[in-house]
Write a protein that binds this ligand. Sequence first.
Ligand SMILES: CC(C)(COP(=O)(O)OP(=O)(O)OC[C@H]1O[C@@H](n2cnc3c(N)ncnc32)[C@H](O)[C@@H]1OP(=O)(O)O)[C@@H](O)C(=O)NCCC(=O)NCCS
Length: 249
Amino acid sequence: MLKNVKKEEWAANLLQQVNTTVFLDYEIKMIGREFMDDVMNLQHIVYESLENKEIFHPNTLKDNVTILDAGGHILGVFFERQLIAFRIVDIPGLERPNLGRDLNFDEEELKKVAIFDTTVVHPDFRGHGLQKKTLLKSREILLDQNYRHGLATVSPNNLYSVRNLLKAGFVIRQLKKKYGEIDDEIDGKLRYILYMDMQQTLPKKYKHIVHIKNHQVEKQKMFLNNGYEGFEIPIYRGIHDFTVAYGKV
Ligand SMILES: CC(C)(COP(=O)(O)OP(=O)(O)OC[C@H]1O[C@@H](n2cnc3c(N)ncnc32)[C@H](O)[C@@H]1OP(=O)(O)O)[C@@H](O)C(=O)NCCC(=O)NCCS
């Protein structure tokens, strides 16, 4: 387990191999409760490494067990038998909070929703496209299980995550506060709600394209409320400073 290995020793040893290996020789596999300690340890390492904690909403152990029990899945990425990244996918159905409700889905469509929940990559293993690779693997699994609607929330101050989701075929559909103690929009964290029709593979053609900065919240909301969707990051200067391209199909 990561916690039990001295970080410097572990990282130095593995990094030497990563740096001398052009192709990172990792394995992606579905994992269950038996890896929950490793999942929670890795989440802790990633959370502690974040300068701005607001961009990440950590799951509790209970959240993860509920997700597995409800038919969701967790993909673990292993290098030298160490967990270096994971992705959690939730199938909320009608019983639990379902982001499809934010997009006004009816009951039939809510049943076809999969939430692309927490995803982390250990800071020493970033830059190998693991977020996108696990996303595409989860999409394959979900299509086999006949789910259609992929949904996710990402902070508008998290360039890397927004960029990876857009590159994988998600689009920004809403911008609002989520995960509040009281209710959405009152005391929550500001989040993009992203959507992907997992059965749709044809690229879309956008018209009336406008570029809006990530921190221009009201302007983005105005365009989103008028049928625009965010589809690309054409300009970026840093994790909190980028531009989103919005357009109409
Ligand atoms: C978002 C995240 C999973 C992306 O990791 P990843 O899949 O390894 O990222 P990519 O392979 O797309 O990285 C592309 C480039 O961005 C850089 N990068 C990625 N994440 C970065 C970060 N958080 N800070 C600085 N640079 C980062 C990579 O080093 C790479 O740079 P390079 O092209 O010079 O090599 C990872 O940054 C992370 O774990 N962040 C914290 C948790 C989080 O925000 N999760 C998403 C919300 S649930």
